[in-house]
Design a protein around this ligand. Structure first.
Ligand SMILES: C[S@@+](CC[C@H](N)C(=O)[O-])C[C@H]1O[C@@H](n2cnc3c(N)ncnc32)[C@H](O)[C@@H]1O
Length: 310
């Protein structure tokens, strides 16, 4: 098993730096990272951030994004996961606000993924917010995109053409369907198996989908705002290398601990594509889960047969 080091290395399985990404990123060579995925502070006064003016926030984000573009490989991707800045009851969507920084570098926006989830604050003067977005940019037109690795079960996998020259043949892709740009993945709240003390950690399955689709085995994934290590866990679980920085000691310690558990195959995570629990219909959820599990098993065996899964 590899070990976790705290200085940039192009051979280590995992690098976790306990300090500011603004310092660490300068030690990463040009074009050495295949995927950068992060959820930066939103400047909303969470306990791990100091609220600053929007203009200061913009320039600080610009500083780290400029560096991320420098270290990104030509076939690589940047995924910036972000929500809203809220001031005096007005919301400012940070992805729209930050978009010009990526545009300035000529990056190409491939998807604006909507991540929807069921839990959050209850608003009284507007509709409760139940989604955030992920801006997925690439540096060039020849970027890695392994769609087959992240296909999800078809709703009707056995559906066949009933007439014409293809009558009797499957009418949908036997490897599953494209997961689309709307992702229904539970956010990590108290009853979630991955919950730590961090107030807004990534669900690992969300990072895994990006890691599998946008990198190949042994590629390097970097998260400048690592929190409790969800990105390094998702990288290691899928045979990629993980690099990250976390400035708060207590989160850094958890990131190291969770990544070690993942390296030993002992970290409990919510499985990818597990259906979302429906409290109105727990029995149906359970039956659906069984159905999806068997469809997923079938899908994997087909992916093996086609040489997609290893
Ligand atoms: C939105 S959270 C990210 C959580 C992460 N995605 C996870 O799954 O745990 C942002 C994190 O960035 C950290 N942070 C803030 N400024 C930082 C900096 N300059 N360098 C590194 N980490 C920083 C915060 O302490 C916080 O844990």
């Amino acid at each position: 098993m590899g070990k976790i080091v705290d200085k940039f290395s192009d051979t280590a399985e995992v690098v976790i730096y306990g300090g500011s990404c603004y310092d660490f990123v300068k030690t990463i060579p040009d074009q050495s990272i295949t995927l950068i995925i992060t959820s930066p502070p939103y400047n909303i006064g969470k306990k791990y951030e100091e609220k600053s003016s929007l203009s200061e926030y913009y320039h600080k984000q610009e500083e780290i994004i400029d560096e991320c573009v420098r270290i990104l490989a030509d076939n690589g991707s940047i995924c910036w996961q972000i929500g809203n800045f809220v001031e005096s009851s007005e919301i400012i969507p940070l992805d729209i606000f930050l978009y010009p920084i990526f545009q300035k570098h000529g990056l190409k926006l491939r998807n604006r993924i909507v991540w929807q989830f069921g839990h959050g604050l209850h608003a009284s003067k507007r509709f409760s917010g139940r989604y955030e977005t992920i801006l997925w940019f690439t540096k060039t037109d020849s970027y890695i995109f392994n769609l087959d690795a992240v296909r999800v079960p078809q709703k009707y996998p056995q559906k066949k053409h009933f007439k014409g020259p293809k009558a009797g043949e499957l009418s949908c892709n036997p490897l599953g369907k494209n997961p689309s740009d709307i992702w229904d993945i539970p956010n990590v709240k108290n009853n979630h198996v991955e919950k730590t003390i961090h107030p807004c950690q990534f669900p690992i399955e969300l990072v895994e989908r990006l890691v599998l689709a946008l990198t190949n085995e042994k590629d390097t994934v970097f998260d400048p705002f690592l929190g409790v290590g969800s990105t390094s866990v998702a990288a290691i679980k899928n045979k990629r290398r993980g690099i990250g920085c976390e400035i708060k000691e207590e989160y850094y310690a958890i990131a190291v601990e969770r990544t070690k558990l993942a390296m030993n195959g002992k970290l409990k995570t919510r499985p990818m594509n597990k259906p979302v629990y429906d409290p109105e219909n727990p029995k149906i959820t359970l039956e659906y889960e069984w159905k999806i599990a068997s469809i997923q098993a079938d899908l994997f065996s087909k992916q093996f047969a086609y040489g997609v899964a290893k």
